[in-house]
Design a protein around this ligand. Structure first.
Ligand SMILES: [Zn+2]
Length: 250
C-alpha cells in the first residue's frame, strides 16, 4: 500500500468513525419507555423511620435492605418495624446476615451469608428477592451464587459511586447512586428523566447531622416532594428495585 492509499483509507475510517459518533449522539439510547426511580435504604437504620413514614404519606414505595443479624439491635429497626414496612408494600431486600464485605470472602462464606439472611427473612414471613452487596463492593464472577437465592443484586462500584446509574449492566449488577443533597438528587433525576434511565437513589443515615452518606430530614423531604411531583406529571415511575429489575430489557 502506498502512502496515498494509506491516507485515503485513514480519511475514510476517520469520517466513518465521526459519523458513527455523531449518530450515536443524535440518537441517545432510551432504555425504558419512561424514566424510573427507586428509593433504596441501606442497613435498615432506626433513623430511616421518619423518611419511610414520609414516603407512606405520599403513597410511595421503597426497597429496604436489612442486615438480618442487626435487626432489633441498638440503632437499627426492629423486626416488628420491618414487618410493618412489608405490610405497607415496601420491598424488603437482603443486605447479608452480618454485613461482611463479601468481595473478600470465599464462595462458601458468601453463600452462607446469602442463605442465612434469606432464611431469617422467610422466618419473618418476608420473601426477599433483591440483594445489596455490603459497602457496595461486588465481585465479578459470583453471579451464580446470588442467582440461587435472589432475582437481582445491586452495588455501587467505587469509581462510579456518585454517578447516575443506568440499566446497561443487567439485573445482577444494578448500579446505585448515593446523592449527598436534594440538589444533587434533583440533578440526577433530571438526567434520568431526559435519558429515560433508571435512577436507584441510595440513602443511609437520615438524621440532619451532615457528612458523608448522611442526608438531612429537610433535604429528604424536598427529595420526596420533588419525586412525587415528577411522578404526578408523568415524567417518572417510582418503583421498588424488584419492579424495576423486571422491566430491564434482557
Ligand atoms: Zn450497608
Amino acid at each position: 500500500m502506498n502512502t496515498k492509499n494509506i491516507i485515503i483509507a485513514g480519511t475514510v475510517f476517520f469520517i466513518a468513525l465521526s459519523m458513527w459518533l455523531f449518530m450515536s449522539l443524535l440518537k441517545p439510547e432510551e432504555p425504558f419507555e419512561r424514566a424510573m426511580l427507586s428509593f433504596r435504604f441501606d442497613d435498615a437504620y432506626a433513623c430511616q423511620r421518619e423518611a419511610l413514614a414520609l414516603l407512606d404519606e405520599h403513597g410511595l414505595k421503597a426497597t429496604i435492605y436489612c442486615i438480618t443479624d442487626f435487626v432489633g439491635t441498638p440503632g437499627y429497626m426492629s423486626w416488628d418495624e420491618i414487618q410493618a414496612l412489608a405490610k405497607m408494600a415496601h420491598e424488603i431486600g437482603s443486605h447479608t446476615a452480618t454485613h461482611n464485605p463479601l468481595a473478600i470472602l470465599l464462595p462458601s462464606r458468601i453463600e452462607e451469608e446469602l442463605r442465612i439472611s434469606k432464611q431469617m427473612l422467610l422466618e419473618k414471613n418476608i420473601t426477599s428477592t433483591s440483594f445489596a452487596w455490603p459497602y457496595g463492593l461486588s465481585i465479578f464472577g459470583r453471579e451464580n451464587i446470588i442467582r440461587k437465592y435472589y432475582d437481582n443484586a445491586i452495588d455501587y462500584p467505587w469509581v462510579r459511586r456518585f454517578r447516575l446509574n443506568g440499566n446497561s449492566q443487567g439485573k445482577y449488577a444494578l448500579m446505585s447512586s448515593a446523592p449527598k443533597s436534594a440538589d444533587e438528587f434533583i440533578a440526577y433525576l433530571n438526567i434520568a428523566i431526559r435519558k429515560k434511565m433508571w435512577l436507584i437513589a441510595c440513602f443511609h443515615r437520615i438524621d440532619g447531622h451532615g457528612g458523608r452518606f448522611i442526608i438531612s430530614h429537610e433535604d429528604f423531604s424536598i427529595i420526596i416532594r420533588h419525586a412525587a411531583e415528577m411522578q404526578r406529571k408523568g415524567f417518572v415511575d417510582i418503583v421498588t428495585v424488584s419492579e424495576g429489575a423486571k422491566r430491564l430489557k434482557q
